[in-house]
Design a binder for this molecule. Structure first.
Ligand SMILES: CC(C)(COP(=O)(O)OP(=O)(O)OC[C@H]1O[C@@H](n2cnc3c(N)ncnc32)[C@H](O)[C@@H]1OP(=O)(O)O)[C@@H](O)C(=O)NCCC(=O)NCCS
Length: 187
């Protein structure tokens, strides 16, 4: 079965929820806490949950910045990596009006996560390859991604998609002791 990127939908939601129940989360920092929160939101209003994942025009509830202040939510889309079953999630966010990401958002344009039981089969690599045209469609001529220096799997995913290293940075609030690698992929 070919790998595709699927917009979140009610039809595929049970597969996504199943991965959450098995302990996976698209939130690489908050993990199971974030998974449990999402399961509660799905139980309360599945359509509202699905709708909340895509936000191509930005806006909506504010986000908390690293310094604790509230910022305007960036435009973003989420896609589910799919091969007939759920293989992971990948998200793209960009600056308002197609401009650069604001300084207060240090994480780059794209984030992804694959459940442990699906790893090593090329899903993240293919997911990122399929997301690049979506980024071009939104006017981006490059994307930046960040990985922990001790996350070689994620670095391979970026490199296999033409990524090159542009900076090494200290981890900051969320990754206190980590070194962060900043990558760029020209589109
Ligand atoms: C990073 C992650 C998304 C990779 O997903 P995946 O579908 O397994 O990735 P792929 O199969 O497409 O590619 C993984 C590559 O990393 C390599 N790899 C895996 N573990 C590795 C390790 N410990 N050391 C070196 N390379 C490693 C694989 O061999 C493969 O490279 P290859 O094709 O050259 O052999 C997945 O491990 C994950 O979800 N991790 C937790 C969340 C995360 O770190 N997200 C990224 C945040 S920046």
């Amino acid at each position: 079965m070919p790998v595709t990127l699927e917009p979140p939908s009610l039809g595929l939601l049970p597969h996504y929820a199943d991965a959450l129940r098995r302990g996976w989360s698209a939130d690489n920092v908050r993990g199971k806490v974030a998974a449990d929160e999402e399961l509660q939101r799905i139980a309360a209003d599945p359509q509202a949950f699905v709708d909340s994942l895509d936000n191509p025009n930005g806006g909506g509830p504010p986000v908390m910045r690293l310094d604790g202040s509230l910022g305007t939510r960036l435009p973003s889309i989420r896609r589910w990596i799919w091969d007939g079953g759920f293989c992971g999630a990948i998200g793209l966010r960009w600056g308002p009006g197609g401009g650069p990401l604001p300084d207060w958002f240090p994480y780059g344009h794209i984030g992804y996560a694959v459940p442990a039981w699906r790893r090593g089969a090329g899903y993240a690599t293919q997911g990122l390859a399929l997301l690049k045209p979506e980024a071009r469609l939104r006017g981006l001529d490059h994307v930046e991604l960040t990985t922990d220096a001790d996350n070689p799997a994620s670095q391979r995913v970026v490199i296999k998609n033409g990524g090159y290293l542009v900076a090494r940075e200290p981890g900051g609030t969320l990754h206190v002791d980590a070194e962060i690698l900043r990558w760029r992929i020209d589109l």
